[in-house]
Design a protein around this ligand. Sequence first.
Ligand code: NAD
Length: 286
Amino acid sequence: MGNMIIDGKQIAQHLKEEIREQVQQLATQNGRKPRLDVIIVGENPASKTYVRSKINATEFCGMDGELIALPKTTSQEELLRIIRDLNENEAVDGILVQLPLPKHIDEQEVIHAIAPEKDVDGFHPENVARLWLNQPAIVPCTPMGIMELLKQTHTPLAGRHAVVVGRSNIVGKPIAKLLLDENCTVTIAHSRTSDLAQICREADILVVAVGRSHLITGEMIKPGATVIDVGINRTEDGKLVGDVDFESASKVAGAITPVPGGVGPMTIAMLMRNTYQCYVSRISNE
Ligand code: NAD
């Protein structure tokens, strides 16, 4: 049995190169580049790293990336005012507010304030509803990145059993919907699922988005299954690991994503794609 390690880093790199070429063409035609504004509130170290790689990716793709770093004492009113200004700013194509936000700020209110057509994370209720109603939507980056990995590795989906572990709004729920759209039979498992191991063993495609290292081990995987590990956990010695015990799982799986270098880079590539697509729809309306 072939144990393929899915090289998300390389696939993401190719996608970003494609986007860069498309950006180059349209930017000269239209006299302006796509622009993404990323807002970060406070000093969460993981968030700062994510935000930095998002800005770096815009530069790689030939887009403008603006980092708006606000102190953790920023009031909700002030943040909402900044978002409204960006909504109205004709030069801005995409707006991303890095989560989590400090406790005194209501995340839902903030997401709701972003203009749906600039909501490159796809978290606005209008985009969520559109996704579930099969209408044109901006789709969240991580689930879209997972679908792109499955597509590029030619993983058969129709009629196969997909098990998604985790039911968050950011990953679990939207990836379940996208797999359903590809005619998978989808099971969503979560913290209250009884006999997680048995359910995982039935999966042809296993997507794990929990945030607990070593949650999934080799004996929970059907031989030959495709395993997508979304988790990002930091070990005591500072190493990044996923939710899947790579050592045991990679011996059983037919294909598996590593952490780092699997889903993470794809999330960023899909953010570039969403920003580019927001730009394209805005210039065609100008
Ligand atoms: P979340 O914390 O919002 O949700 C976790 C989910 O896991 C919950 O739905 C819960 O029901 C489920 N869960 C908790 N304990 C469980 C258990 N013992 N068994 C089964 N299910 C259990 O998580 P999230 O925002 O979806 O993120 C999940 C992980 O993915 C985190 O490690 C996060 O850092 C990572 N993540 C990575 C990317 C990326 O680009 N690679 C993007 C988003 C999130």
